[in-house]
Design a protein around this ligand. Structure first.
Ligand code: HEC
Ligand code: HEC
Ligand code: HEC
Ligand code: HEC
Ligand code: HEC
Ligand code: HEC
Ligand code: HEC
Ligand code: HEC
Ligand code: HEC
Ligand code: HEC
Ligand code: HEC
Ligand code: HEC
Length: 252
């Protein structure tokens, strides 16, 4: 007895079938698929010719409310291949999309304007997570300066704010202040052993009071009151023996 004609058989494909015809995709997912590895059929529901619309929108899954990142356009402009979701390609002019995750760096760049504030994030961060050394774009201030020392004085996102701790060697200040550095090196007093930053600490350009370290010791107040400041007798801080000052005192 002939069987009743039920029309064309609607073939269904299973995950294990994909391999037979899309070996490269299955292979790519297995190696670089990350969280997308196991969800082949959740993305591709059905198969041509029975189902023609089987390419999913990213937002059909990544649409959590309040996630600014998922409101961006053109996901695949950066996540170039849905089968390798964390392989990310960045062009050199990207800023706003980065701010969907990193806001602090942008705030720093805006708070203290410098030419860095005008550059795109990806002008410096060419690929995601990359940290470039300053020397890729700048020369050190002198040949003696350790080219990795930049961050001891400058912050990447606020480069014009020069601030430093106690670990700056005097040679580094001497890169620009060659004259002072020279005077300090020749100087025969105990200030020679004092580093630039132990006197000029924290902020660039700060001038310390002698009393910060010495108090008024060892001189009696009555004597000090007759003089406007320590320099009248001791000359300049960099060269306590500076002769013109000493002569001045003895002339009085
Ligand atoms: C028998 C071979 C075969 C098997 C098995 C197979 N495919 Fe395909 N697939 C094809 C061919 C051929 C095309 C191109 C069809 C077309 O463009 O009309 C294709 C196209 C596709 C496309 C692209 C569709 C588009 O709109 O561009 C996707 C996605 C796809 N297959 C996913 C899968 C998945 C997932 C599986 C496993 C569940 C699978 N395929 C199993 C042969 C196969
Ligand atoms: C996270 C969702 C997602 C998963 C998981 C996924 N795909 Fe895709 N797939 C896509 C998207 C989106 C495209 C369209 C890519 C494009 O437009 O360039 C695509 C395109 C394709 C294509 C056509 C273009 C090509 O690269 O050959 C095939 C074939 C395919 N997928 C097969 C598979 C198979 C087989 C699996 C599982 C083993 C799979 N995909 C898993 C989202 C997914
Ligand atoms: C069918 C649902 C689905 C679709 C469609 C989908 N994804 Fe996913 N994706 C997931 C799930 C589930 C995860 C793992 C959990 C999470 O991070 O939300 C994930 C994770 C990711 C990750 C992080 C990967 C990891 O291992 O940490 C990226 C990046 C990603 N998806 C990008 C995309 C992009 C781009 C598209 C569009 C091309 C897309 N997804 C489409 C379901 C999907
Ligand atoms: C300008 C480039 C860019 C665009 C456009 C972009 N992403 Fe991303 N995405 C990234 C970067 C960079 C990461 C961080 C990757 C990491 O942590 O390694 C990321 C991470 C993710 C993650 C994993 C982390 C998380 O928050 O869950 C998912 C999922 C994701 N993107 C989905 C999307 C979707 C969906 C779109 C489109 C609506 C999109 N992305 C558009 C660059 C982009
Ligand atoms: C979806 C969220 C997301 C997006 C979008 C994103 N990032 Fe990230 N980024 C992260 C996460 C998560 C880390 C890892 C955090 C960590 O290691 O502390 C990271 C790390 C970094 C790091 C390295 C931090 C370190 O301490 O080594 C840099 C640099 C960076 N991102 C720059 C960018 C730039 C530039 C963009 C825009 C092109 C961007 N990110 C877009 C989430 C994102
Ligand atoms: C990808 C290249 C790049 C990197 C990396 C980079 N810069 Fe810059 N920087 C520039 C450009 C371009 C300018 C503007 C032209 C110039 O002064 O050379 C600039 C300017 C500056 C200025 C002067 C700013 C102004 O407004 O006058 C300082 C200071 C500076 N950079 C310090 C640094 C420090 C410190 C680092 C490392 C933490 C660094 N830069 C990393 C490209 C870069
Ligand atoms: C002029 C180059 C330059 C620009 C422009 C720049 N960065 Fe950076 N960024 C750096 C350098 C250099 C570091 C490493 C700082 C360090 O190690 O102290 C860094 C560090 C980071 C880090 C690691 C965490 C931290 O704060 O140290 C993140 C995240 C980051 N940048 C994101 C961004 C984002 C987002 C933008 C755009 C809004 C941006 N950067 C613009 C050079 C730059
Ligand atoms: C000992 C502290 C110190 C160190 C270390 C240091 N800088 Fe500077 N840098 C300064 C000061 C102070 C200025 C500002 C000078 C001024 O006001 O003109 C400056 C200015 C700059 C400028 C602006 C243009 C210029 O030359 O005046 C750039 C660019 C720069 N530094 C890059 C670097 C780089 C790259 C390194 C690491 C190789 C570095 N700096 C290490 C203190 C330092
Ligand atoms: C990149 C060159 C550069 C470097 C490196 C540098 N300076 Fe300067 N410094 C200058 C310039 C230019 C001035 C004068 C302009 C100004 O007042 O900002 C100056 C001014 C000063 C002043 C005098 C401020 C005043 O009121 O007269 C002191 C003190 C000073 N620097 C100390 C230091 C110390 C300490 C270091 C090392 C931690 C250092 N500098 C590193 C360039 C530099
Ligand atoms: C950051 C701290 C600091 C500051 C500020 C400072 N000094 Fe000193 N000074 C020292 C130290 C340390 C010595 C060496 C003490 C020792 O070895 O007994 C010293 C030694 C001296 C001596 C003795 C020199 C010798 O060779 O016997 C004189 C005089 C002196 N300081 C004067 C001054 C005057 C004047 C000023 C201000 C212009 C000043 N100091 C600022 C730390 C400082
Ligand atoms: C009237 C001149 C005069 C004034 C003003 C003066 N000093 Fe002196 N100071 C001297 C003489 C003289 C000595 C002894 C020099 C020597 O022993 O070589 C001396 C010695 C010192 C010593 C070294 C003491 C030791 O035993 O090594 C210090 C430190 C010192 N002075 C700090 C100061 C400070 C700080 C001020 C300002 C508050 C100051 N002096 C103001 C004349 C002066
Ligand atoms: C013992 C403390 C002390 C040390 C060490 C010291 N300074 Fe000074 N510096 C001063 C004081 C105090 C002044 C203010 C002028 C004065 O009283 O002599 C000054 C003034 C300056 C000035 C501005 C006036 C000028 O002479 O150009 C610069 C620049 C400077 N110092 C840089 C340096 C550098 C660079 C070093 C290291 C090589 C250094 N200083 C070491 C205390 C010190």
């Amino acid at each position: 007895m002939p069987q009743e004609n039920t029309g064309p058989v609607h073939a269904t494909v299973e995950a294990s079938d994909c391999m037979k015809c899309h070996e490269d995709v299955v292979f790519t997912l297995a190696h670089k698929g990350k969280a997308h590895k196991e969800i082949c059929l959740e993305c591709h529901r059905g198969h041509p010719p029975a189902d023609m619309q089987i390419i999913p929108e990213c937002n059909s899954c990544h649409d959590e409310a309040g996630q600014k990142h998922f409101a961006l356009d053109n996901c695949m402009g950066c996540h170039v291949n849905p089968h390798t979701p964390l392989v990310i390609k960045l062009t050199r002019n990207i800023t706003t999309p980065c701010l969907t995750c990193h806001t602090g760096q942008f705030e720093q760049l805006q708070e203290k304007l410098s030419i860095h504030s005008k550059l795109a994030c990806t002008a410096c961060h060419n690929y995601h997570g990359q940290i470039q050394p300053c020397q890729n774009c700048h020369l050190p201030h002198s040949d003696t300066m350790d080219s990795n020392s930049c961050k001891k004085c400058h912050m990447a996102h606020q480069p014009l704010v020069v601030a430093y701790g106690e670990d700056i060697v005097s040679e580094d200040c001497g890169s620009c202040h060659t004259e002072v550095y020279g005077v300090m090196s020749e100087n025969k007093t105990k200030h020679r052993g004092v580093t630039c930053v132990s006197c000029h600490y924290e902020t660039h350009g700060m001038i310390p009071a002698c009393q910060k370290c010495h108090g008024q010791w060892p001189h009696p107040t009555e004597i000090l009151n007759k003089f406007t400041n320590c320099r009248e007798c001791h000359g300049m801080a960099h060269d306590l023996m500076a002769t013109d000052y000493i002569t001045n005192v003895f002339r009085k």
